[in-house]
Every structure is written in C-alpha cells, then in structure tokens.
Design a protein around this ligand. Structure first.
Ligand SMILES: [Zn+2]
Length: 219
C-alpha cells in the first residue's frame, strides 16, 4: 500500500513539474491582460483519468507549484475542498468534450457585452464583426443562469455548449474556453475579447453593430 502511494505521489509530482510552467505562463498572461482579478478565474488540464486545476483562491498572476491540485475525473476526491470552486464544471468539460485543457476568466469587454446583447439587443449570442473573430469564432453563445457561480446548473449547461463551441460566455460572469492544450484555450479567450472590444468601440462610435453582423463577407 505504502509503495503504491509513493508511486502515485512520484507520478503526480512529475506531471505537476511538466505542467507547472504552462500554468504559470497562462495565469500570468490572464492577469497581465486584466482578464482576471488577483484570485479569480481558473485553469485546468487533463492527463489520463486525472485533472489538474488551480487551487481555490490562488493568485493567477503568481502561481506556485503547490497551487496546482490533482483530482480524479471519475471518483469523488477529497482534494475538491482545496481546488477551484468551479472544479466540477472543468471536470464535466474535460469529460464531455474533446478538451484536454480549459480556462475560465472574466474578460471585461466580453462581460459588458454579455449584458448589452441579452438585455438591450435581445440576442443570446455575439457575432464578431472584426475579421479574425469572424473567421475563427463565427458566433459566441451567451447563457443566462439563475446561479452563475459554482452551481449545478453551470456544471450541466456549460459543458453542453462547449461540445459545439470552443468558447462560451456566461452572462455577467465570464467565459469558459477549451482546447487540446492551454495555449489554444487561451487563444480563444484573446480572440473573443478582441472581438468584444471592437464591438464595444464601434458601439461607442454610434455604429449599429447589429447591422454589421455577417456583413464582413460583403466588404
Ligand atoms: Zn469566475
């Protein structure tokens, strides 16, 4: 038994050593770009039947190896009490989509547009009007939930949407993205926020962004 535990610990330490530089890099990028407050957001990756996720309340701009928590994907795991409060959402995304990595963060222009689109424009998705966003994302869905933080509703609804989209928006909260690695999951976040920023600025200039949807092909 003890030998088994030692082998598991060695394996966990080796995986954390491998993935830590990625967590540190992308946690830092998210913080630098203002996509998270000091301790909000979370990152995770899958390795076999385990997931590795940021510790609850960890500082994403200054992650340490001890801020990465190992959790079983299949069984209840006591590590859940120190892992991110959104661990079950990450777990379901990793189990129900092709994702091997997921990122959750709060890009401000995207969050602002999630209110604007659903409450003013009455549309539950964003169609990017910039060239790259249009080409890469086509459409970004927005969902509105009664309990938009760490809830069972989120665990069910967010993975469902991410089966068909690489990134989705939870109204008034932030985004969840997925990819084969953190690099790609992070890329979707930046493309989404860049598109949201273009729409935000065009709206400030008095332009009708609804009329600009789908117009890119006709320029
Ligand atoms: Zn959040």
């Amino acid at each position: 038994m003890e030998e088994n535990e030692d082998a598991c610990k060695l394996e966990r330490d080796a995986i954390i050593e491998e993935i830590y530089p990625q967590f540190k890099k992308f946690g830092g990028f998210l913080r630098e770009r203002g996509f998270n407050s000091a301790s909000s957001g979370n990152l995770s990756v899958r390795r076999g039947d385990k997931m590795y996720i940021t510790r609850r309340g960890s500082m994403k701009g200054d992650l340490q190896p001890c801020d990465i928590v190992e959790l079983s994907l299949e069984k209840e795991d006591s590590g859940i009490v120190i892992a991110s409060t959104e661990s079950y959402i990450h777990r379901n995304i990793l189990l129900q989509t092709p994702a091997l990595a997921t990122i959750h963060c709060h890009p401000p222009n995207t969050v602002a547009l999630s209110f604007y689109y659903t409450m003013v424009l009455k549309q539950d998705y964003i169609v990017p009007i910039d060239v790259e966003g249009h080409y890469l994302l086509k459409k970004i869905p927005i969902i509105t939930l009664k309990n938009p933080t760490g809830s069972k509703e989120m665990e069910d609804e967010i993975p469902k949407l991410l089966r068909n989209f690489n990134i989705m928006i939870l109204r008034g909260h932030g985004v969840f993205s997925r990819g084969p690695n953190l690099t790609e999951a992070y890329n979707w976040v930046t493309v989404c926020e860049e598109s949201a920023t273009a729409i935000y600025k065009c709206t400030q200039l008095g332009m009708d962004v609804m009329k600009m949807q789908g117009q890119y092909d006709q320029w």
